[in-house]
Design a protein around this ligand. Structure first.
Ligand SMILES: [Zn+2]
Length: 114
C-alpha cells in the first residue's frame, strides 16, 4: 500500500532526527497535500502499526491538510483552486503548474526530554 511505504519513509526520517538524543516524541505532525492521494485513515493505521514499539512508540499523529496552489501558465497568477477544472481567476486560463499540495512530509516533531 502506498501509505505504508510513505509512512515508513517518514518515520525513518523522524527516527534519524532523534537518534542519540534522550527524548521522547509526543507528537508527529504531518503536512498532507490535498493532491497527494494518500488516505488519512490509511496513514494513521500505518502510523499506529509502526509505532507499537521502537523510539516513536506512544507518539500521537496529527495531520494537517495542505491546500492546493497552482500557477497559471498564461498570466503567472498564483491561486488556490477549489475544484476541477482549475480556471485562472486572472485570465480564465486552464493551463497551470501545481506549486503546492502534492507532497506529504513531516512538519514537526514535538519532543520531551526524558
Ligand atoms: Zn491566468
Amino acid at each position: 500500500m502506498h501509505e505504508t511505504s510513505l509512512m515508513e519513509n517518514m518515520l525513518s526520517i523522524a527516527e534519524k532526527a532523534i537518534e542519540g538524543k534522550n527524548v521522547e516524541v509526543k507528537r508527529v505532525t504531518l503536512s498532507v497535500g490535498k493532491l497527494s492521494n494518500a488516505l488519512p485513515a490509511a496513514l494513521s493505521f500505518a502510523f499506529e502499526a509502526m509505532t507499537q514499539t521502537g523510539p516513536l512508540s506512544g507518539a500521537e499523529l496529527v495531520m494537517e491538510e495542505i491546500p492546493v496552489r497552482v500557477q497559471c501558465e498564461n498570466c503567472g497568477c498564483n491561486y488556490e483552486p477549489d475544484e476541477f477544472p482549475y480556471i485562472c481567476p486572472g485570465c480564465g486560463g486552464i493551463y497551470y503548474t501545481v506549486t503546492q499540495g502534492e507532497d506529504i512530509y513531516i512538519q514537526s516533531l514535538d519532543c520531551l526530554e526524558k
